[in-house]
Design a protein around this ligand. Structure first.
Ligand code: SF4
Length: 208
């Protein structure tokens, strides 16, 4: 769900659906038809800007968990697999690319402390906030690409490149805004070349 809508809205969608169907058990979910999911996503108000595509992904993900993982999503990461194996298993879901596959593995490792045998293959999810922060910290150039951020994060912390994802995103959302960054409140201000440059009255050219 986390694409082209605010993250807060995207991450609430499963909860909104659980409210509508009275729970979130796999049995309840797996009995929903494709049309049921579409209706739940659409009515009474649309939960996402891409209803049809998100409903399809939601339906097929539930069916995959039911059919491949015996209805138990935790089997995706059970038994301390490698990070590459977990990302690969997410990539097998319809609509999941490397960015979301990495983000999902990152959430499991970082937030839920799920043990993996390594964290090498959990990449940074280089959205516009992360790219802007990498650029303003002068880790990358002003016109940095997604791929450049991914490889720079791998170079900086190969053991777990995705570890830099959340702090950079939070800095980008909270202080390092496209215009007039609030450097005085940012905890990187003492290390940041752009903050020093702004103190001297110069402008930067980081990604919006
Ligand atoms: S100190 Fe300023 S320019 Fe540097 S990362 Fe923080 S908000 Fe962005």
């Amino acid at each position: 769900m986390d694409r082209q809508v605010k993250a807060e809205r995207a991450w609430l969608i499963p909860y909104r659906i659980s409210q509508k169907i009275g729970g979130f058990s796999m049995r309840t979910l797996s009995e929903l038809s494709r049309q049921d999911v579409n209706r739940l996503m659409k009515e009474p108000e649309p939960l996402h800007r891409f209803i049809e595509m998100m409903a399809d992904h939601f339906y097929s993900a539930v069916q995959r968990i039911k059919n491949v993982y015996a209805g138990d999503a935790a089997l995706i990461w059970k038994g301390k697999p490698s990070s590459a194996e977990v990302v690969y298993r997410f990539l097998e879901f319809e609509g999941i690319g490397p960015k979301i596959g990495s983000m999902a593995a990152n959430c499991l490792a970082r937030e839920f402390k799920i043990p993996f045998s390594d964290y090498y293959s959990i990449d940074i999810s280089a959205d516009v906030h992360v790219r802007r922060v990498f650029s303003r910290l002068r880790l990358c150039s002003a016109d940095v690409t997604v791929e450049q951020v991914i490889y720079k994060a791998r170079a900086l912390y190969p053991e777990f490149p995705g570890m830099m994802d959340l702090p950079c995103w939070e800095i980008g959302r909270s202080w390092c805004r496209p215009h007039r960054p609030a450097c005085g409140d940012c905890y990187m201000k003492d290390l940041c070349p752009t903050a020093k440059q702004n103190e001297n009255g110069k402008q930067d050219a980081a990604p919006g």
